[in-house]
Design a protein around this ligand. Structure first.
Ligand SMILES: [Zn+2]
Length: 193
C-alpha cells in the first residue's frame, strides 16, 4: 500500500487485548488506527474522523455492533464507510443480519488469522475491485436461478422492490484470481448472499 495514501481504520472492540492486537497488526500494515471500546465511542469517532473503514465487534457494552451499524447507515456522511464485522461466535443469524445491513465482510475471529484479516480489509480498497452490473432477468437461465435463490422472478429487492444489481468483486492481483458476485439493491442496500 506504500504508493497510496495511508488508509485509516476504526477498530471497535470492548476487549483491550483483542483491540490492541489488531491495532498493532494494522499499524504494521501501514494503516492509521483509531480505537473505540464500544458502539457509543465508535459512533463518536466515526462521525468525527470519517475513517476509510470500520472493523467492529458485535457484543459490546452500552451500544452493540449492530446498533452502531444501523446508526451509521442512517447518516449520509457515514453510510458509505465500508464495515467489517469481527465475530467471536460466528453465528449464522448474525451473519444474515450483517448481510442485510450491507456489511462488507463478516470475519469469524477463531478461524481467521490477523494476517488474513489485514488482507480482507485491504481488499476493500483495491482499485476497481467492485463492479456493478445490470442484467436481464428473463434471459437464458435467469428464471431458473431466481427459483433456486427464492427471489421473485423480476429480481426485485425483497425490502423495497427496486431492481437488484449484480455486484462483482474481482481480485486478480494474486496467483489464483477469484471473483465473487452478490445481488444488491441499489436503493436500500439489501443483499442476497
Ligand atoms: Zn431495496
Amino acid at each position: 500500500m506504500s504508493d497510496e495514501i495511508k488508509k485509516s481504520l476504526l477498530i471497535i472492540d470492548d476487549d483491550d487485548f483483542t483491540r490492541d492486537m489488531y491495532a498493532d497488526v494494522f499499524r504494521g500494515a501501514d494503516f492509521t488506527i483509531y480505537e473505540a471500546r464500544d458502539g457509543i465511542e465508535g459512533l463518536d469517532i466515526a462521525t468525527q474522523k470519517l475513517p476509510d473503514a470500520i472493523f467492529t465487534g458485535i457484543v459490546m457494552p452500552r451500544m452493540d455492533g449492530f446498533t452502531l451499524i444501523e446508526t451509521l447507515k442512517k447518516h449520509t456522511n457515514t453510510a458509505s464507510i465500508p464495515i467489517v464485522i469481527s465475530s467471536h461466535l460466528g453465528r449464522e443469524e448474525d451473519k444474515k443480519r450483517a448481510e442485510l445491513l450491507g456489511v462488507r465482510e463478516f470475519i469469524v475471529r477463531d478461524t481467521t488469522t490477523p494476517r488474513e484479516v489485514v488482507t480482507i480489509v485491504s481488499n476493500l480498497f483495491a482499485k476497481g475491485a467492485e463492479y456493478a452490473l445490470q442484467f436481464d432477468p428473463y434471459a437464458l437461465d435467469a428464471q431458473r436461478m431466481a427459483q433456486q435463490l427464492r427471489i421473485n422472478s423480476h429480481f426485485q429487492c425483497m425490502e423495497c422492490g427496486e431492481k437488484m444489481l449484480i455486484k462483482v468483486r474481482v481480485d486478480d492481483s494474486k496467483e489464483n484470481p477469484w471473483f465473487r458476485m452478490k445481488f444488491v439493491c441499489p436503493k436500500c442496500g439489501w443483499q442476497l448472499p
